[in-house]
Write a protein that binds this ligand. Structure first.
Ligand code: HEB
Length: 88
C-alpha cells in the first residue's frame, strides 16, 4: 500500500520526534543514514509491524505505536515511511 508522507510527517512530529528527533534513549535518529540502513534492510512490512506492536531491542525499547494507542496502523505506517524517506 502507498504511504502518505504528509500525514506521516504530522504523525511523526506529534508522536515519534520526542525520541527519534534527537536519537535519545537508544532510538535511531531520523536523518542518520548509518543508524537506519541496516534497519531499512528488514523491509517496510517488518519495520511497520514492529512499530505497531512495539519490541525490545538489545538494550532499548520501542513502545507500541510510540506509546499512543489512538494511532491507527495506517498512521504508524505513514510515520515509518516518512522516517525512512528522511533517513535513506
Ligand atoms: Fe521508535 C526503533 C518508528 C516513537 C524509541 N522506532 C524504531 C524503529 C522504527 C520506529 C521504524 C526501527 C525498528 C527496527 O529497527 O526494526 N518510533 C517509530 C514511530 C514512532 C516511534 C513511527 C511514532 C509512532 N520510538 C518512539 C518513541 C520512542 C521510541 C516515542 C521513545 C519513547 N524506537 C525507539 C527505540 C528504538 C526504536 C529505543 C530502537 C530499539 C532497538 O534497540 O532496536
Amino acid at each position: 500500500a502507498a504511504h502518505d508522507l504528509v500525514s506521516g510527517k504530522a504523525v511523526y512530529e506529534a508522536n515519534c520526534q520526542s525520541c527519534h528527533g534527537a536519537g535519545i534513549m537508544g532510538a535511531p535518529k531520523t536523518g542518520d543514514n548509518d543508524a537506519w540502513s541496516a534497519r531499512i534492510e528488514q523491509g517496510m512490512e517488518t519495520l511497520i509491524s514492529k512499530s505497531i506492536t512495539g519490541y525490545t531491542g538489545e538494550k532499548f525499547m520501542m513502545p507500541a505505536k510510540g506509546g499512543n494507542p489512538d494511532l491507527s496502523d495506517a498512521e504508524v505506517g505513514d510515520a515509518v515511511a516518512y522516517m525512512v524517506s528522511e533517513s535513506s
